[in-house]
Design a protein around this ligand. Structure first.
Ligand code: AVJ
Length: 328
């Protein structure tokens, strides 16, 4: 996942990424099955069913990140707006249903809001809604994968570009990828800055519960990757022959999710046959947890100047405001 921030193209929803993504899914899943480290990008979780399951995860009693971040944003919206200043050009990376930005729009009052998301359908609907709710706000959805290629309309004179990256999605990157992403963002947001959410290191029992919920929604979310491969790629995974494994890897500072083969089995995918041993673990996601200092160091390394940080009283989650370097 390497962010390539491309030259601007003055189009409303331009890039079609669906076809490319399907080819990517087949290739990446084949590579994951064929050889160690047997890992695949978590971006493939999010087909329609996966997105629905993720929305349910966000409502679970054990899954604290979403509600904690929402509380931080809504309680500090005025303060955040004071730090950032009104009238910016707000770019959201991976906007989904644009629900978190709603907590900021009233105070932040950006000139334009540019949500980037892979699913353009979703975006067009939310965009129209937002424009209705906020008269005077211009919403320009950008269809694309913010970890690879997307096109932004030209910046507006006098409206600094501010990035919004909530949800601790940065935790899906390896530290090297996170640094690379932040470096790209610092360049793209020069003269403005980045507001982003990051989950914090905490009692492993709390983390464990958040990724092993009692209702099994996270398990279903993880296993949906295989069901999706059956639906889209004509694979023949026996989904019941895998179990959901999620644990905190303290040395690496991350939750890891895996799909573990319950028995020796064969799977057909894209004209190939793969033999999976009992206990073989497909690594489907890393979700890094951060310390406030660690994040600020990472931001500085990427060229940002860290400003304010907002957290909840239990220090479960954090929201950071970073200033990007001035324009050259
Ligand atoms: C969307 C990447 C922030 O890591 O907590 C939720 C995804 N995976 N439950 C996270 C997820 C399992 C989530 N992020």
């Amino acid at each position: 996942m390497i962010p390539a921030l491309l030259a601007p193209a003055p189009l409303r929803t331009a890039v079609d990424v669906e076809t490319a993504d399907e080819a990517g899914f087949l290739q990446d899943l084949q590579r994951a099955l064929a050889a160690p480290p047997h890992s695949i990008s978590p971006k493939y979780f999010y087909d329609a069913e996966g997105s629905r399951l993720f929305d349910r995860i966000c409502e679970l009693p054990e899954y604290y990140p979403t509600r904690t971040e929402r509380a931080i944003l809504s309680e500090n919206a005025a303060d955040i707006a004071r730090e950032i200043g009104t009238g910016c050009d707000l770019v959201e990376f991976g906007a989904g249903s644009c629900s978190k930005v709603r907590l900021l729009l009233g105070d932040l009052r950006p000139r334009r809001y540019l949500p980037i998301d892979i699913s353009s359908e979703h975006l067009e609907v939310s965009a129209a809604e937002l424009e209705r709710e906020h008269p005077g706000l211009l919403v320009l959805p950008v269809a694309g994968d913010y970890t690879s290629t997307f096109h932004l309309p030209p910046a507006l004179a006098g409206a600094p570009r501010v990035g919004f990256f909530p949800g601790s999605t940065i935790g899906n990157f390896t530290p090297a990828e996170a640094l690379q992403f932040l470096r790209g963002a610092a360049r793209m947001l020069s003269g403005g800055g980045l507001l982003f959410g990051a989950d914090l290191v905490k009692d492993p029992a709390v983390l464990h519960a958040a990724y092993n919920d009692a209702q099994g929604v996270t398990a279903a979310f993880n296993l949906n990757l295989l069901a999706r491969a059956n639906r889209e790629l004509g694979a023949d995974f026996d989904v019941d022959a895998f179990w959901h494994s999620a644990f905190y890897n303290a040395a690496a500072g991350r939750i890891e999710m895996h799909l573990v083969s319950r028995r020796h089995q064969r799977v057909a995918l894209g004209g190939e046959c793969y033999e999976l041993d009992e206990g073989l673990a497909l690594h489907t996601e890393n979700s890094y947890k951060f310390t406030l200092d660690g994040l600020r160091r990472l931001a500085v390394q990427a060229g940002f100047r860290p400003q304010a940080v907002w957290t909840d009283p239990d220090r479960l989650f954090s929201v950071h405001w970073l200033r990007a370097p001035e324009r050259e």
